[in-house]
Design a protein around this ligand. Structure first.
Ligand SMILES: Nc1ncnc2c1ncn2[C@@H]1O[C@H](COP(=O)(O)OP(=O)(O)O)[C@@H](O)[C@H]1O
Ligand code: SF4
Ligand SMILES: [Mg+2]
Length: 356
C-alpha cells in the first residue's frame, strides 16, 4: 500500500511577528511587437497586487489553476524575478530594495524547491556537486574541506544513501530526484523554503512520501514553508493556512479548516467541488460546481471582479467594483470560521467538502 499523508498539524497561530510580509506585490511582463523597434503593446499581469504574511514555523499553501501567477510569486520571493511594484519584507526589511551583500545574505535564508525534478537538476553534474553548489556562492556556510561530509549528511537527512554522492540524476527515480532538490534547498540552512509544486510531477504513490518528508524536515530545521500546488487536495495535509489565487490575485485566504470547510468565495467553492472525496456516500451527496469557460488572459483581465466571467453569482456590481481581499462585512465580528478574508461582494458560506 502506498504511504498516506500522516501530517495532521497543530495549527501554528500567528502569535509572533511574520517572518515574511508581502504587500501589493506586482509583476507585469511587457508584451512587445516588432523585431527591430520593439514597442510595448501591453503587459501580462502575472501577479497583480498580492499581499500575505508568512509566520515562523508555519506552512502557507497557495493554490490556483495553472497560469494564475503562483510560480511568479515564488520566483519574486527568491529574487529570480524583479518586482514591478510592491514590497517583500523579510523580518521587517523590504528586500526588493536590497542589493550586493545585503541581498546575498537574505537570499541565503529564502530557498526554493522547484516543480519538476526531471528538468531542474543538471544532468551532467553529480548529486554531490548539485547539492553542494550553493556553497560555491556562500563558502562561509561550509569551508571546502567540510563540504563532502555536509552533502552526505544532507543525503542522509532526505532519506538517500550517502554513498550515492557520485551518481548522476538519471540514476534516480522522480521521488529520489525531488529529495535531491530538497537537500539542495536545505544546504544553506535557510529559514524559509518556497516549494513550487514540489510533488505535482510525481506519481501519486510517491507524492505523500515527499510531503511527509517535508513535514519532518520542517520540524527538524525550524522551517517556514510556502507550499504551492494546483489543486487543493495535496496542500491540506501540510498547510496551516491556505491562500487561493485567481488571475494574479489572492481571492481567499484563511486557516485550513476555514478554507476547506467554510469557504466563502465562489472560486474556492468551485475548486473544492473538484477535490476527490474518498468516502463513496459523501461523494454522492456533494455538489459538483462546473465552471463555465476558460481562465481569461492575464494580459486583459475582466473589469471589477476578475472571476465574474465564470462566476454563477455575478451581478452588475461585480463588473463595476473590484472586491477587495478583506473579511466580508456579513461575517465581521461573528468569531466563526467564515470570518476570514475573501474578495467577493456576495461572499456566502457553502460547505462543499463533507467535514473530516
Ligand atoms: N517570463 C515571462 N514572460 C512573459 N509571461 C510570463 C513569464 N512568466 C510567466 N508568464 C505568464 O504569467 C502568467 C502566470 O504564470 P505563472 O506564474 O507561471 O503561473 P502558475 O505558476 O500559476 O501556472 C501566465 O500567463 C504566464 O504565461
Ligand atoms: S464579486 Fe461577484 S463575480 Fe466576483 S466572486 Fe463575488 S459574486 Fe462572483
Ligand atoms: Mg507554476
Amino acid at each position: 500500500m502506498s504511504e498516506q499523508p500522516v501530517m495532521v498539524k497543530e495549527p501554528v497561530r500567528p502569535s509572533h511577528e511574520p517572518i515574511l510580509e508581502v504587500r501589493d506585490l506586482v509583476k507585469h511582463f511587457p508584451l512587445t511587437q516588432g523585431i527591430l523597434f520593439k514597442k510595448q503593446i501591453g503587459a501580462v499581469k502575472a501577479v497583480d497586487g498580492v499581499s500575505f504574511d508568512l509566520f515562523p514555523g508555519e506552512t502557507l499553501g497557495i493554490v490556483g489553476e495553472s497560469g494564475c501567477g503562483k510560480s511568479t510569486v515564488a520566483r519574486l520571493l527568491v529574487n529570480l524575478e524583479e518586482a514591478t511594484a510592491g514590497q517583500i519584507r523579510y523580518k521587517g526589511e523590504d528586500i526588493t530594495k536590497l542589493s550586493g551583500r545585503a541581498l546575498k545574505a537574505v537570499r541565503r535564508n529564502i530557498q526554493m524547491v522547484f516543480q519538476d525534478p526531471y528538468t531542474s537538476l543538471n544532468p551532467r553534474m553529480t548529486v554531490g556537486d548539485i547539492i553542494g553548489e550553493p556553497y560555491e556562492i556562500h563558502p562561509e556556510v561550509a569551508p571546502k574541506g567540510d563540504r563532502r561530509k555536509r552533502v552526505q549528511d544532507l543525503l542522509d537527512v532526505v532519506g538517500l544513501n550517502p554513498e550515492y554522492i557520485n551518481r548522476y540524476p538519471h540514476q534516480f527515480s522522480g521521488g529520489q530526484r525531488q529529495r535531491i532538490g530538497i537537500a539542495r534547498g536545505l544546504a544553506l540552512r535557510p529559514e524559509i523554503i518556497v516549494a513550487d509544486e514540489p510533488v505535482s510531477a510525481l506519481d501519486v504513490s510517491v507524492q505523500a512520501q515527499v510531503v511527509n518528508l517535508m513535514g519532518r524536515l520542517q520540524d527538524e530545521f525550524d522551517l517556514s514553508y510556502m507550499f504551492i500546488a494546483h489543486d487543493l487536495s495535496i496542500v491540506r495535509h501540510i498547510s496551516d493556512r491556505v491562500g487561493v489565487m485567481y488571475l494574479g490575485k489572492i481571492v481567499e485566504i484563511g486557516g485550513d479548516e476555514e478554507i476547506y470547510e467554510h469557504p466563502t468565495h465562489p472560486y474556492t467553492q468551485a475548486l473544492l467541488s473538484a477535490v476527490p472525496v474518498p468516502d463513496p456516500e459523501a461523494r454522492e451527496h456533494r455538489e459538483r460546481i462546473i465552471l463555465a469557460g476558460d481562465v481569461p488572459s492575464p494580459a486583459n483581465p475582466p473589469s471589477g471582479c476578475r472571476f465574474r466571467t465564470r462566476c454563477w453569482k455575478a451581478q452588475e456590481r461585480c463588473s463595476l467594483e473590484e472586491p477587495l481581499l478583506a473579511v466580508p462585512p456579513v461575517f465581521r465580528g461573528t468569531a466563526g470560521p467564515a470570518e476570514h478574508e475573501s474578495a467577493c461582494h456576495f461572499a456566502e458560506e457553502k460547505q462543499v467538502v463533507p467535514g473530516e
